[in-house]
Design a protein around this ligand. Structure first.
Ligand code: EPU
Length: 338
């Protein structure tokens, strides 16, 4: 049995966070199998401060971490079951998300092509309910396997049990910090209906016919590359804020002054793109110290090089305050502050 477990004391976390924070964790443990995770659980049973990370693309370390950081290196992508329409693919939580997307696209299986190039790993897709261009992970997740950190008990969650909504799941709420995700099973389509309605996907695809999932993946890659900074060049954690949902009354009040404001009607109100509001506040491309609002997508905060977490937080606070002052709307970070 593979019980691989790597343990590093006083581990520098630079390569484990895309924001580029140069901090140290008291202990870093990486497991390569469920058995390795059980071994880690045994070793950390008296530890009160445990943080499970994925690709580190959605967190901001506010300083050194005095605790144990856990990371999955469970690999493997395997089609477990298929019929004429669907394929169920079980994927190790430590696989790089976009490698899995590429694997599906290569085989012509649809469902995740709109989620191309999202940084991070498979386990986080199930925790965070990652989403982009009209698709969310919950649309394709069939099962999530996790191990409770306290007891070492395995549990398999059906999609409904995960309680998914916009960037939310049970793993970020009532079960926050309680489970390590080991495998996620996705349901892909062999005869996919392509989703090209969102934003400018259609414009990028042009008038071509007989489009495939590969064409959609390429269009999404082109759109993302044009707007979103590459963390290897400019430290960032993707969208820094969530898009707020306001009630209809508030929406009409803002729309009166800004008739061309983009918006999306959702179940509980109207979603207004925070990036648009931040741009209206004049923040796009502006910096505070070594932290900046990205010049091509104002929802993203970037580390211009050597920024401290205090500088990022100061910028985040200033941006939230501007949006609240101008629009009377509260926006909140999507990024987890550690
Ligand atoms: N907009 C502006 N100015 C900006 C940014 C956006 O006016 O600086 C406007 C755009 O023109 C558009 C609208 O706001 O009309 C929405 O913009 P976009 O399509 O870029 O998406 P978003 O709402 O800003 C969300 C996700 C992204 C995801 C995109 C595409 C969240 C928090 N973010 O951003 O996810 O890629 O939609 O689906 O929901 C991430 O989570 O890290 C991420 C990048």
């Amino acid at each position: 049995m593979n019980i691989s477990l790597k343990k590093v004391m006083n581990c520098n976390m630079l390569k484990y966070n895309t924001f580029g924070m140069n901090v140290t964790a008291r202990c870093f443990m990486e497991y390569g199998s469920e058995a390795g995770l059980l071994k880690a659980i045994e070793q950390i049973k008296d530890e009160s401060n445990v943080l499970h990370i994925g690709g580190g693309s959605n967190l901001l370390f506010k300083g050194d971490f005095d605790g144990v950081v856990l990371h999955s290196a469970i690999k493997g992508i395997k089609a477990e079951e298929e019929n004429d329409d669907d394929v169920l693919v079980r994927v190790g939580s430590g696989e790089v998300w976009d490698d899995f997307v590429e694997y599906c696209v290569e085989r012509g299986w649809g469902g995740v092509e709109n989620l191309s190039l999202i940084p991070g790993e498979v386990g986080a897709s199930a925790v965070q309910n990652i989403g982009a261009y009209g698709v969310e992970a919950k649309d394709v997740i069939a099962l999530v396997e996790g191990i409770e950190l306290k007891s070492g008990q395995k549990r398999v969650f059906g999609t409904l049990e995960c309680d998914y909504s916009y960037r939310q799941s049970i793993f970020k709420n009532s079960l926050k910090g309680k489970y390590a995700i080991t495998f996620v099973t996705y349901r892909l389509k062999k005869h996919p209906v392509l989703k090209t309605e969102y934003g400018n996907i259609k414009a990028v695809l042009g008038a071509r016919e007989n489009l495939t999932v590969r064409d959609v993946r390429q269009a999404i890659i082109d759109i993302r590359n044009a707007k979103l900074p590459d963390p290897k060049v400019l430290g960032n954690a993707g969208s820094f804020f969530m898009n707020p949902v306001v009630d209809k009354e508030k929406f009409f009040e803002i729309q009166k002054d800004y008739p061309s404001m983009p918006y999306y009607e959702v179940e509980n109100g109207v979603k207004i793109p925070a990036g648009w509001m931040i741009e209206q506040c004049g923040w796009k491309g502006k910096s505070l110290g070594r932290a900046a609002v990205h010049d091509k997508q104002a929802l993203v905060l970037v580390n211009l090089g050597g920024a401290t977490s205090d500088e990022i937080v100061a910028l985040s606070d200033a941006v939230c305050k501007s949006v609240a002052d101008k629009f009377g709307v509260s926006i909140h970070p999507e990024v987890n502050f550690i």
